[in-house]
Design a protein. Structure first.
Lengths: 322, 301
């Protein structure tokens, strides 16, 4: 087990070093930082002084190691566009994205499992078939179209819910939350549905197919023969045994919720990290792009690592295989 | 040709209404994109053909000032929505198909190389694929787009945007191809015909391209169709987010982005028709890919 963990951690560190290299290369090869920092009126001495001061006269490897050191301490430089430290901007934006991701994640998991179990148990029912057909459309609709559709229905036609922004937020310490005001909660509903819908359909379809598989097993038949109630058979015996693959997929989907938040945040002008990233691409704000890349790769790698280790703990065959 | 009509795949196609429908829709859309200049009523990007007075004409109704009628209405600048959709479809399909072709060429080449040569070549290529697979491909495409945009000089950015978009989506999508081709190559490598080709002294490159490649193409075809649907959606998403096709060369995604601005003022047609076109296109290609995967996979039959 220990050697497996060590090997997987080693791989993860390698992935991080590579993405770090990509992020660092963006600084080095895309535009000249000196150009970005000094205005039109500059002398050769200024340029030379700044070059030495920033360490740009050092060899590539030395600069790369310095970049990694700084990044590890959360120092990603200064945004070209806003002129403020990137870390500060990210911290300001993070609560919006995390709250949105958390709500839509919970929505996707709860609804996904519930609907999955329902469609598996009533596999030939009208309602179950209807849910399955709708989910097929849900998978092939691009996320941004779902968002626009919801805006059109609930904001333009019915006027029930706001179509953009976070509503009023309350500051608790350094964290601005939208959970405590009515307008904040209202503003959260549409983006959370938009973001969670795809993951929900994915979880639902997975739970359904796993459930159908398990319900065919002998031990389920045996449990029924013993005269256990339907609820006990369905939930304690069947659902419990579908959980291993479901948990894996949920774990891996956590990362993509954060990534797809970019799209949802743009549709709803939600002031989170994703919208920041899109604006950074539009205005070629390299420090923000690099910081976002590093941040999200740490997250993805950590999630993958955790899922793999959990999996190896549950299923001993994986340990010996590697 | 008769061999094709007698084949299992054609039989499966003939008896599947979903497959026939989605193929017909796809072909119709591709044809209308190709012949857009002939069937469009105006060239929406020729300023001489536009009349600002025609702006915001609802579908099928005569314009209040000029009395002109437009099937699908006009946008704020008086451009005929029907014509902009045809031209937008053209750009969407062009970007999607080119991106898949790029991904296919890169993926096939790297897959053949890592499968046939093995050793550290294989390790490096497959590790790179693993690293890339850690991230969702839309994110990879965004990053590549951002970096490529940063490298192009400001005055060329709009002109180059389409090519940068193809590059970004293509590079974000090669991994699937490489993995499948590598797997198939590993199987083919140990067969006698490869040993025979090696014996008569053919070069490794010739063996890979002339002998192994034709035998690993059928799974590639399936992945290409599924990738096309994904590439079309990826292109629309990027353009919608404002990091894709520019307003001077709008794809369907760009048109939806523009249309979203008029959602609250009641001009729904500027948004709705491009969105429906994208939906139909994505759905048709998607269903076609699903069907092809099932038809070519003998295990499921």
């Amino acid at each position: 087990m220990l050697s497996f963990i060590v090997k997987r951690v080693g791989q993860s560190v390698l992935v991080l070093l590579v993405t770090g290299l990509v992020a660092f290369s963006m600084f080095t090869f895309v535009g000249d930082p000196i150009d970005n920092m000094l205005g039109q009126e500059r002398t050769m001495e200024d340029v030379e002084r700044l070059r030495t001061q920033l360490g740009l006269d050092q060899p590539f490897v030395v600069q790369y190691v310095r970049f990694l050191e700084q990044a590890a301490q959360g120092n990603f430089g200064i945004s070209y566009r806003q002129g403020r430290p990137v870390a500060e901007i990210l911290m300001e934006r993070a609560p919006a994205t995390l709250e949105l991701a958390a709500v839509s994640g919970i929505l996707a998991i709860v609804m996904g499992i519930a609907l999955g179990v329902f469609t598996a148990i009533r596999r030939d029912g009208v309602a179950a078939n209807l849910i399955m057909s709708i989910s097929l459309i849900g998978v092939s609709l691009p996320t941004f179209l779902i968002g626009i559709l919801l805006i059109y229905l609930f904001s333009v036609e019915l006027g029930w819910l706001p179509s953009f922004g976070r509503g009023e937020t309350v500051k608790i310490g350094g964290w601005s939350t939208g959970f405590l005001t009515e307008s904040g909660l209202k503003a959260l509903i549409l983006p959370a549905i938009t973001l969670g819908l795809y993951q929900m359909t994915l979880i639902m379809r997975l739970v359904r197919s796993e459930m159908l598989e398990v319900l065919r097993q002998d031990y389920v038949r045996f449990a029924r023969a013993r005269g256990l109630s339907n609820r006990v058979v369905n939930f304690r015996h069947a659902l419990k045994n579908t959980m291993v693959p479901v948990i894996t997929v949920i774990g891996l989907q956590l990362g993509s919720i954060i990534a797809f938040a970019i799209i949802t945040e743009t549709v709803f002008q939600w002031p989170g990290v994703g919208l920041l990233f899109i604006n950074a691409i539009q205005f070629v704000d390299i420090p923000v792009m690099a910081a976002y890349l590093m941040l999200i790769s740490v997250m993805f790698v950590a999630i993958n690592l955790l899922v793999d280790i959990l999996y190896a703990m549950i299923d001993p065959r994986l340990r010996s295989a590697s | 040709m008769t061999r094709f009509f007698d084949s299992d795949v054609f039989y499966a196609f003939r008896t599947s209404p979903v497959a026939i429908c989605s193929l017909v829709v796809t072909v119709l859309l591709v044809l209308s994109a190709v012949f857009a200049p002939l069937i469009a009523t105006t060239n929406p990007f020729d300023p001489a053909s536009l009349n600002l007075m025609n702006g915001f004409t609802p579908p099928m109704e005569p314009n209040a000032f000029t009395g002109e009628r437009f099937w699908l209405g006009t946008d704020d600048q008086g451009r005929d929505v029907y014509s902009t959709i045809l031209y937008g479809l053209r750009i969407s399909l062009f970007v999607g198909i080119s991106a898949v072709l790029l991904a296919m060429v890169i993926g096939i080449f790297l897959g053949l190389l890592s499968g046939y040569v093995g050793g550290w070549t294989e390790t490096i290529i497959m590790r790179a694929a693993d690293v890339q697979l850690t991230f969702p491909s839309i994110l990879v495409a965004m990053l590549i787009f951002g970096v490529a945009k940063g490298v192009t000089p400001v005055e060329y950015r709009d002109q180059m945007a389409i090519w940068v978009l193809i590059l970004a989506i293509g590079l974000s999508d090669w991994v699937q191809f490489a993995r499948v081709v590598r797997g198939a190559t590993l199987v083919e490598k140990s067969k006698d015909y490869v040993a025979a080709a090696r014996l008569i002294g053919r070069s490794p490159l010739a063996i890979m391209i002339r002998h192994i490649l034709p035998n690993v193409l059928s799974p590639v075809l399936v992945i290409a169709t599924i990738s096309l649907a994904l590439a079309i959606i990826a292109e629309a998403t990027l353009s919608f987010l404002g990091v894709g096709a520019p307003a001077t060369q709008p794809s369907l995604g760009t048109l939806i982005r523009i249309g979203q601005g008029f959602l609250f003022s009641g001009e729904w047609w500027i948004l709705a028709f491009p969105a429906c076109t994208l939906l139909v296109l994505a759905l048709a290609v998607n269903l076609l890919g699903d069907w092809l995967r099932d038809a070519l996979n003998p295990r499921l039959r």
